[in-house]
Write a protein that binds this ligand. Structure first.
Ligand code: GLC
Length: 744
């Protein structure tokens, strides 16, 4: 069908003329000139992203496809780009996309583990390595970082998140975006990053994936939007909407979020892609009557490119022809898509030369992956100095389904791994200590979900021959990640039973957990002498864990998420509101201590569970090391500051133990009184410091009154005068407390 020019040529002249007269950058002019030449069908073609190559060559050649996802055969990618640039109507190159979430071929710890490093420099370096490996085969767009705040460990995708805190998440997301996009997007090893899933995907009811979220505006702005805003400020090139509906509106049609906040308020002009089939799923949501309705609502809301489903391809032309959609919405979407292709330099260099790139999984990359894995491990317990293991130890029992599993230790979202690259704990133990140590190995259970106790006897025998038991427990990768939420987050299968049986041998037990979420370990905690929580540590998880076990490295990880005692406590997070009846250890009466027929009264009762109390198992920010750190000399530059002024807070941190180690020093604040009930604590800064035994360092943080701002009832970002508490702390539950006043 010949496309009738709805708008007078004047508009086109105006558009081009405006750019020409204004000298607006050359790229916009190129986009205008290209748009002018494109038919409506050509434009709609750019707005479609298709999955894989095999059945899309003709579509690419016809200019009906703007992007391909999930194709990783370099030859096919090269063929696709040649078709697009040499044979399609306007020679527009393709965006080649892939979920490079925590590594491409070299796999780093899952993002929840990356967050546990609290080391932004390291995260940026790892993301750059991932970008280099992905770019070397022709990928130029990753669907990461995921920056959804998650306060619910039942949610499978908490594995892919940076945890519960918006400040830590923002810092981690910015680091990853910088690592992916480099300082110049035209560099061959730079790939476009993607802020996802906009917004509030982690707030789904009950931690059930894809589920409904209700987020009031103040909470949206105070918590969920902040990492995405940080992504915009650092220059993230793309956004992805989510599957879920927020306050009754599916993310793919949320004009308020996508246009009013992201494009207008934040003045961001990047590319917005839907999630996989999510536009069409608005029919299932009961929000759209059919694909045509879905296409119309998604484009009006601001989705530039449709992933996988074909509603844009099938209905946009008709919607424009019947004047149900303004052609300018299409022009704007295509402009955003073309802009990214120009920014990536794809018109000049659509095809990569793999020879330009370093070998994948090279020694440097493995070293970085190991260093990251080491720093991602959180030591949660270490009774009787069970760890580090003595170098003179002769017999150790290595037991558990994750002690030697090169696949499972990589975790979720690792499509492009080679499991042969993985070094498991057993690999590392054999390699480093094989000659000196008698390693008595028994898997104990075939998988993390196995309930078959056939190998229990073998495992117990291994323990009986040993001085210490290393039990590698946790979750297989597939019971974490997308679509894999769990209602019970204990160790799955018969792992608890096996631990129980092993504890009867009387041998000290070191639990090393590989998991995609916080697990509730209350049933076995008292049977364990030490715990290293390694999340899913990636390719070099084995050597990293073994270095930590034997004290070649000291654990330095800190929890990016609260660990509840029992699943019934969820949601439980550190920056909660105080309520009018905050819990108090002096008034708490456990269910077992309530007298029979006690007099019913609500006085003195506070917010808690009578059977699970009000404390988590392990608090946000918590993590032990092989030394002790003392905090002293808390000093504030002022006790009163005026609006707009800075305040400096410092403390002396001393290594009072016998091992060199890293401490992540955290700064928290609390606004005591505000026009919106304030959280009891908020992380504002953190800093990693390395201290030798006996060494002290003064750690100093500076805050401006602007850092104390919150969204008031009118949704204005304001700092109100009043009293603030601050803590310089090792975690969210402890620390040196001070206070200061803010005056007008
Ligand atoms: C998935 C995920 C999204 C991912 C996309 C492409 O379903 O929700 O995060 O980037 O589809 O794989």
């Amino acid at each position: 069908m010949k496309f009738k020019l709805i708008f007078p040529t004047l508009l086109l002249f105006h558009t081009v003329g405006f750019n020409m007269s204004n000298g607006v950058n050359e790229m916009e002019t190129k986009i205008d000139l290209l748009l002018k030449k494109m038919s409506l069908q050509d434009k709609i073609g750019q707005m479609s992203q298709r999955n894989g190559a095999d059945w899309n060559y003709n579509g690419v050649k016809a200019g009906k496809i703007g992007s391909i996802l999930n194709e990783v055969d370099p030859k096919k990618i090269k063929k696709l780009q040649k078709l697009a640039t040499e044979e399609s109507p306007h020679g527009i190159p393709l965006l080649i996309a892939r979920d490079v979430i925590h590594g491409f071929r070299t796999i780093f710890p899952i993002p929840l583990g990356l967050a546990a490093t609290w080391n932004t420099e390291l995260i940026e370096k790892g993301a750059h390595i991932s970008a280099v490996e992905a770019a070397s085969i022709g990928i130029n767009w990753t669907f990461g970082p995921m920056m959804d705040i998650s306060r619910d460990p039942r949610w499978g995708r908490i594995a892919e998140s940076f945890g519960e805190d918006h400040y830590l998440t923002s810092q981690m997301a910015v680091a990853m975006i910088k690592g992916f996009q480099s300082d110049d997007l035209t560099k061959p090893d730079a790939i476009a990053a993607c802020a996802k899933h906009f917004v509030g995907y982690g707030a789904g009811e009950g931690g059930r994936d894809y589920n409904t979220a209700y987020i009031p505006e103040q909470l949206l702005r105070e918590v969920y939007l902040k990492p995405f805003r940080a992504g915009v400020e650092v220059g993230v090139e793309t956004f992805m909407a989510g599957f879920h509906d927020v306050n009754g509106i599916p993310s793919s049609a949320n004009t308020y979020y996508l246009r009013e906040i992201l494009r207008d308020e934040w003045a961001w002009n990047g590319l917005i892609v839907s999630d996989y089939n999510a536009i069409n799923e608005m029919i299932v949501h009961g929000y759209c009557v059919d694909g045509k309705d879905a296409a119309q609502k998604a484009l009006i809301a601001g989705i530039d490119m449709e992933m996988a489903s074909g509603d844009y391809e099938n209905y946009l032309e008709d919607l424009v022809e019947t004047r149900e959609l303004d052609i300018n919405l299409i022009n704007e979407a295509v402009r955003n898509i073309l802009r990214l292709k120009f920014k990536l330099g794809l018109f000049e260099n659509p095809i990569v030369n793999a020879d330009q790139f370093p070998k994948m999984v090279n020694e440097d990359y493995l070293k970085m992956a190991k260093q990251t894995a080491i720093q991602s491990v959180v030591m949660l317990k270490n009774e009787k100095n069970t760890l580090p293991l003595s170098k003179n130890i002769k017999n150790i029992a290595v037991i558990g389904p994750l002690a030697d599993d090169p696949f499972e230790q990589l975790g979720t979202w690792t499509f492009d791994k080679n499991i042969e690259d993985t070094q498991t704990p057993m690999d590392a133990l054999n390699e480093v200590y094989g000659n000196d140590l008698n390693i008595h190995y028994s898997k104990g259970l075939a998988t993390s979900r196995s309930t078959d106790d056939t190998y229990f006897k073998e495992a117990i025998q291994a323990a009986e021959k040993s001085e210490v038991v290393l039990f590698f427990a946790g979750e297989e990768a597939i019971i974490t990640g997308e679509a894999h939420s769990r209602a019970n987050i204990n160790l799955p299968g018969a792992q608890e039973e096996l631990i129980e049986r092993l504890s009867e041998t009387g041998k000290p037990i070191v639990l090393i957990v590989m998991a995609g979420r916080p697990l509730t370990m209350g049933n076995i905690l008292d049977k364990i002498d030490a715990i290293l929580y390694s999340f899913h540590p990636g390719t070099m998880g084995g050597p990293a864990i073994v270095d930590l076990l034997f004290g070649n490295e000291s654990p330095s990880g800190k929890l990016p998420v609260t660990f509840p005692k029992v699943v019934g406590q969820i949601p439980m997070y550190y920056n909660n509101k105080n309520t009018g009846r905050p819990p108090n250890k002096d008034n708490f009466v456990h269910i077992d201590d309530i007298p029979v027929r006690a007099w019913q009264t609500s006085l003195g009762n506070e917010t808690h569970y009578i059977d699970a109390g009000y404390k988590p198992q392990f608090p946000f920010g918590f993590g032990l090391s092989y030394t002790k750190f003392s905090y002293s000399n808390l000093t504030l530059s002022d006790s009163v500051i005026r609006m707009g002024e800075d305040i400096t807070i410092s403390a002396v941190i001393k290594n009072t133990g016998h091992a060199e180690a890293v401490e992540v020093v955290q700064l928290y604040t609390r606004d005591l009184v505000a026009s919106i009930t304030p959280p009891v604590k908020e992380l504002k800064r953190f800093k990693r410091i390395q201290l030798k035994p006996g060494e002290s360092k003064t750690v100093q943080f500076t805050l401006n009154t602007g850092d104390l701002a919150f969204y008031n009832q009118e949704m204005e970002l304001v700092t109100e005068p009043g009293t603030f508490h601050i803590w310089i702390a090792p975690d969210s539950d402890n620390g040196l407390q001070g206070k200061f006043e803010v005056k007008k």
